[in-house]
Design a protein around this ligand. Structure first.
Ligand code: HEM
Ligand code: HEM
Length: 143
């Protein structure tokens, strides 16, 4: 049988659900980190900044690791899909790059006005794309 059209067996199908499941947890972490970051700029919100600085690296780390896991998941358990096969892949790459750049810029936030302006923008763009990912991802879930 042609591998590319085969519906995955039961065990691979179950394992392939790990990536979408982790991605929902990653989304919650990203939203919580973004909320802390944005609220830390409101009046009296400065106390939230260290909480943001502690949570955000985890949110970014889990999201980036889960992006790589998504690619591995296609290779290992989804013979019916192609790696880099569509918009879900490219959006995933964009999210990882935005979060990685945002994380690097965060080191300069305290002393550089441009970093202070750009850092939240990159983070919010990543969060927005991650929400859009749900729609592209749901259409990939194994039948
Ligand atoms: C931050 C959010 C997400 C990122 C960065 C991400 C990233 C990726 C990447 C890079 C791939 C490999 C695609 C390819 O090589 O063509 C993938 C596969 C996949 N993604 Fe996501 N994804 C995210 C969220 C989701 C969500 C919310 C769902 C579904 C509810 C989902 C479902 C899938 C499915 C079903 C696959 C195919 C592999 C498998 O069945 O495990 N993803 N993802
Ligand atoms: C998810 C979206 C994100 C948003 C909306 C966001 C937003 C913000 C905002 C508004 C600030 C305050 C800047 C200021 O006024 O001085 C900030 C600071 C900071 N962010 Fe983010 N951020 C995000 C993601 C991240 C990520 C992914 C990391 C690291 C991996 C990170 C690490 C930091 C650090 C270290 C600071 C400086 C904290 C301090 O000066 O004590 N952020 N962020």
């Amino acid at each position: 049988m042609d591998d590319k059209t085969a519906v995955p067996d039961r065990l691979p199908r179950l394992l392939a659900l790990a990536h979408p499941t982790v991605s929902l947890a990653a989304l919650v972490l990203l939203a919580a980190a973004a909320s802390l970051g944005v609220r830390s700029r409101e009046r009296g919100g400065a106390v939230l900044r260290p909480r943001h600085a502690r949570l955000a690296p985890w949110a970014a780390g889990v999201t980036i690791a889960n992006t790589l896991f998504g690619i591995a998941s296609v290779r290992l358990w989804r013979p019916d899909l192609e790696v880099a096969g569509g918009p879900h892949f490219w959006l995933g790459l964009a999210i990882a790059i935005l979060l990685g750049t945002g994380a690097l810029l965060s080191r300069a936030v305290a002393r550089d006005e441009r970093a202070r302006l750009l850092h939240p923008m990159l983070g919010l763009a990543a969060l927005l794309l991650a929400l859009v990912q749900v729609f592209f991802g749901l259409s990939l879930v194994a039948p």
